[in-house]
Design a protein around this ligand. Structure first.
Ligand code: NZQ
Ligand code: ZN
Length: 391
């Protein structure tokens, strides 16, 4: 096991009606009475959540300026608009109500306000975050884990580059998580969310670090929990207990408990960001396309780890004739599971043309100048081969 420091300061407020506490939580963490309030394209208005949030903010004497209309695969433009609004109004707190795209925008604004340069510098690695405004989140989509993660992923419309920023300074101060708020999710978003949660666990699971049994077992349990509960919520969207299981697993999947002492891979996420950057496909759907192909390409690197995954997560019987057969059956079962949730598992099913493969591989590796992934370091040619396996 590797040395590690674990600190996750996000306060989680989980359960029924917890959104009504948003005003008092903002009051607790904000240094000003005026905040920026970010949200997406309207789901929170249709569900009535918007009205409850406004009521709670007003009851606590919090004024707010709204930044509505954040799109999935969130763009840099609204981030810059949010930074301008905060500076002009002396705002010192950013609240997001909605999915990961809104929360990631709030995080980007939070690092951009105190920074004199272009906020995109943080996403390209040109500058390091030194300070950030506190962010509060009411999450309505269990998927990204952004509610307590150290990440924000933003798309730059200039060239359609989608890039992530990681810094502990953007872990939200608090996150409100009411599983009832996820009852309104369309089936497709529920499925994409389940796949993203599984992907966050698998990125951590496939490691070269030895003697990480505790986190192996925790990862396997978390994966099995999604596999058990996703079909339940797809059939019965208002099943509170199954929604709660998924929601909490989504947080654990990405709050770094499962990374302790390990070095994760993250190549599939980097490749997927090119898919959603290029075509605007939902992140979870892009992962359902990339992960099976990535696994087929790299499993020989550590076949024992893949056997363990197939047996412990997918219940593949050890009596299969060879290790390779066990591994391939595990990958087949995972792919079938993604398909059963209605997700695309090939580029074709995701309406992504083969003609984009070269460009995506180039963007992912800065024109072939760097590798991605830790479990197996992949160069541009490897990524082209993986995307060809995903055809
Ligand atoms: O925009 P609205 O109207 O709110 O509708 C959204 C949007 O259309 C809808 N939605 C959200 N909650 C709903 C709902 N509809 C009905 N009922 C609800 N309760 O769902 C659609 C997708 O929303 P979005 O926020 O884009 O989805 P998600 O939460 O999956 O976020 C995806 C983004 O997060 C990034 C992804 O790359 C992608 O850009 N990621 C962020 C990470 C992080 N910050 O830690 C890690 C992830 O790996 C990921 O890369
Ligand atoms: Zn993800």
């Amino acid at each position: 096991m590797e040395n590690f420091i674990f600190k996750n300061a996000t306060e989680i407020i989980f359960g029924k009606d917890t959104e009504n506490l948003v005003g008092s939580k903002v009051k607790e963490y904000s240094k000003s009475d005026k905040i920026l309030f970010c949200y997406g394209g309207g789901s929170i208005k249709r569900s009535g959540l918007y009205d409850r949030v406004i009521k709670s903010l007003k009851e606590n004497g919090i004024e707010f300026i709204e930044l509505p209309g954040i799109k999935p695969n969130p763009r840099l433009g609204p981030v810059k608009e949010g930074i301008r609004l905060c500076r002009e109004n002396n705002i010192k707190f950013v609240l997001s109500v909605g999915g990961g795209s809104s929360a990631d925008t709030a995080k980007a604004i939070a690092v951009g306000v105190p920074y004199k340069g272009d906020v995109w510098d943080f996403y390209t690695g040109k500058a390091e975050v030194k300070e950030a405004l506190p962010v509060g989140v009411v999450i309505t989509l269990p998927a990204t884990g952004t509610e307590s993660s150290n990440s924000s992923v933003i798309m730059n419309e200039d060239g359609w580059f989608k890039k992530g920023l990681n810094t502990v300074l953007i872990r939200p101060a608090f996150s409100i998580m009411n599983p009832e708020l996820t009852f309104t999710l369309p089936e497709y978003q529920t499925a994409c969310g389940a796949c993203d949660i599984m992907a966050h666990i698998m990125e951590r699971y496939f490691t070269n670090v030895k003697h990480v049994d505790i986190t192996d077992r925790l990862c396997e349990a978390a994966l099995r929990n999604v596999i058990n509960n996703a079909p339940i919520v797809l059939k019965d969207p208002k099943n509170y207990d199954a929604r709660a299981e998924i929601m909490w697993t989504g947080t654990i999947a990405h709050n770094d408990v499962l990374s302790a002492g390990r070095i994760g891979d993250w190549a599939s996420h980097k490749i997927e960001h090119e898919l959603s950057g290029e075509t605007d496909i939902a992140h979870g759907a892009g992962l359902a396309i990339v992960f099976p192909a990535w696994m087929k390409y790299v499993y020989k690197h550590d076949i024992n780890r893949f056997v363990q995954f197939a047996v412990r997560v997918w219940d593949v019987d050890l009596s299969y004739s060879s290790c390779e057969d066990i591994v391939l059956e595990g990958i087949r079962r995972m792919t079938a599971f993604f398909k059963s949730m209605g997700l695309p598992v090939t580029l074709k099913e995701g309406s992504i043309g083969e003609d984009k493969i070269e460009e995506m591989a180039n963007k992912c590796t800065d024109n072939g100048t760097k590798t991605v992934g830790q479990f197996v370091k992949l160069n541009k040619d490897d990524i082209v081969k993986i995307l060809n396996l995903a055809k």
